[in-house]
Ligand binder design. Structure first.
Ligand code: SF4
Length: 94
């Protein structure tokens, strides 16, 4: 069974450096406000939280995001399916 992740739910919102559930469900049992830090998202962690697995307010916005397409902080040599780097400038003849 494919687990639900925060990447797929429209109710998961990024606010600055934090992620919260718009429906008010606690994404983190430890913090008082139930909000999680964006570090896990930046690393491309699965973000398959227990609270989301049986949530009746899950609002799927699409298929799962491929692991190689998650996050933006990766170890050296990490391969992504996204286009890499900036587009090169075309040379113009003088
Ligand atoms: S699945 Fe439920 S708990 Fe998880 S982000 Fe969506 S609404 Fe919030």
């Amino acid at each position: 069974m494919v687990k639900r992740s925060l990447y797929q739910c429209l109710e998961a919102k990024v606010l600055g450096d934090r992620i919260r559930c718009d429906k008010g469900h606690p994404l983190n049992k430890i913090s008082k406000d139930g909000i999680i830090n964006i570090l896990a998202l930046s690393r491309g962690d699965p973000l398959e939280l227990g609270v989301c697995q049986k949530c009746n307010e899950y609002d799927e916005m699409g298929p799962p995001v491929a692991p190689e397409d998650r996050g933006w902080v990766h170890p050296p040599g990490f391969q992504t399916t996204k286009r890499r780097g900036r587009p090169r400038k075309m040379r113009t003849s003088p």
